[in-house]
Design a protein around this ligand. Structure first.
Ligand code: HEM
Length: 438
């Protein structure tokens, strides 16, 4: 498992079937873990019996950084917050974010022009991380962040890296459990968190002094204006801070990895890349992307969906059984962890023909349907991703803007290996050279 966790998960599911029991670590510390992959079992955990399956222990660790925002909260607090925030992610609101998304992608395009001329390799995974954080910054805070963007970006980067490292090593895990320990890593994390808290508190305070009519159109204004329809309640500063932190972190790392894997797959599948360039050429006819183009980018969207099938940015969704239960005839003891893995489910050979192949045609209109819960990059049920429309629009824009001009090629000899952490990322980055699209 230590050598190849992702391969082991697929092999085990293929060998032992739809419900697999694991024992991780010493028995006294860990309750058993069950991996389930059948659509009806996933339906049981995320829909039918969802109240008996709250989020597992990992999310409590995440809460150290994210506070009680939408990703980590439970029960009445989560329900109230979801109701308050949902309107900010309506389709019409997201469309209004297309312009900052296009502007940020065009800045990368400028940089890539230079890189294409120099022929120097660049880490495309890091480029996408930078782009996605820039976009989340612009859509959350408009231009208010301009002076502090670099500071925020460094602090968020450090926190995400630490979360990834700690959640994938036993020692790191322990330091997360005891956050007060004055280890150098904890001190760095606390400093980064303080920096972010200061910036966010200042932005909230500054925004509150403006009358609602003068506030810029962004997620922060929406959070401050959100009012519960029934009670008229608004969020206090602490809650706004937790939601901002949640969007900053949940909203960039995931989309960035979706894009990074897409570039990797395009560089290894030239026929798909050709078809993508053909669509972009015919829809854009040499001009910049505008919001009206998005619904016409049918193949571009299918490329992203298929990339997220093979490399789902969130590869593990975990829950804890509140009480004893039964799934598919197997008994699930109380307090065990139940894992739903988009990574495993998306490669289930009983559902997907040639599951390891990269074939965007699967997602084109008219392609044979797959069962609904055989594909769940954004999760499912009441806790499914609130940002899925935002993320798809962002990824579509970034891919269209950049692939219309460029065709990155993987540096020769570089071994690409997916690493399972909070998200699925290329372990050694993605060094690529940038070329003009032909
Ligand atoms: C390709 C990009 C993305 C992927 C693959 C993704 C995936 C997911 C998944 C699988 C969940 C459910 C986790 C669970 O049930 O345990 C989730 C929840 C969530 N995501 Fe995303 N996400 C993406 C982008 C975003 C963006 C851009 C935002 C915000 C701007 C966002 C905000 C959230 C929030 C707030 C939740 C918690 C929702 C709730 O429990 O009510 N995500 N995401």
């Amino acid at each position: 498992m230590r050598r190849d966790e992702l391969g082991m998960l697929i092999d085990t599911a293929n060998r032992y079937g739809d419900v697999v029991r694991f024992e991780f670590g010493p028995r006294l510390v860990h309750f058993p873990t069950y991996l389930v992959r059948r659509p009806e079992h996933i339906h049981h955990v995320l829909f039918e019996a969802r109240d008996a399956y709250p989020k597992s222990f990992d999310y409590k660790l995440l809460a150290r950084t994210l506070g009680q925002g939408l990703v980590t909260s439970e029960g009445a607090l989560w329900m109230r917050q979801r109701r308050l925030i949902q309107p900010a992610f309506r389709h019409s609101q997201i469309l209004a974010f297309a312009d900052p998304m296009i502007a940020a992608s065009l800045e990368v395009s400028e940089r890539w022009n230079q890189l294409a001329a120099d022929g120097a390799p660049v880490d495309v995974a890091a480029e996408m991380m930078h782009l996605a954080l820039d976009i989340v910054g612009r859509t959350l805070f408009s231009s208010d962040l301009a002076d502090e963007a670099e500071k925020v970006s460094q602090a968020v980067g450090l926190l995400v890296r630490q979360l990834v490292e700690r959640m994938s090593s036993a020692v790191g895990f322990l330091t997360l459990l005891v956050p007060g320990l004055p280890t150098p890593a904890n001190r760095r994390a606390e400093k980064a968190l303080r920096t972010l808290d200061d910036v966010v508190a200042r932005l909230i305070a500054r925004r509150r002094t403006l009358p609602e009519s003068e506030r810029p159109h962004d997620l922060l204004s929406m959070l401050l204006a959100a009012r519960d329809e029934e009670t008229g309640e608004t969020m206090d500063d602490r809650q706004v801070r937790d939601e901002v932190m949640t969007f900053l972190i949940a909203g960039h790392e995931t989309t960035a990895n979706a894009l990074a894997w897409t570039w990797y797959l395009l560089s290894t599948h030239p026929l798909v890349a050709r078809q993508l360039h053909d669509e972009l050429r015919s829809v854009l006819a040499g001009r910049e992307v505008v919001v009206e183009d998005l619904e016409k980018l049918i193949y571009t969207k299918a490329v992203l969906q298929e990339a997220m099938r093979l490399f789902p940015p969130v590869s593990m969704i975990s829950r804890e059984a509140r009480q004893a239960d039964e799934i598919g005839g197997y008994s699930i003891p109380a307090r065990s962890t139940v894992l739903i893995s988009p990574w495993v489910t998306h490669r289930n050979p009983e559902i997907w023909r040639a599951p390891e192949g990269f074939d965007p045609e699967r997602f084109l209109p008219g392609a044979p349907e797959h069962p609904r819960l055989a594909y769940l990059p954004f999760g499912a049920g009441p806790r499914q991703c609130i940002g899925s429309g935002f993320a798809m629009q962002e990824a579509l824009i970034a891919l269209a803007v950049l692939a219309a001009r460029f065709q990155p090629a993987l540096a020769p000899g570089h071994r690409v290996e997916p690493q399972l952490g909070v998200t699925l990322r290329p372990r050694h980055g993605l060094p690529m050279t940038i070329h003009e699209a032909r």
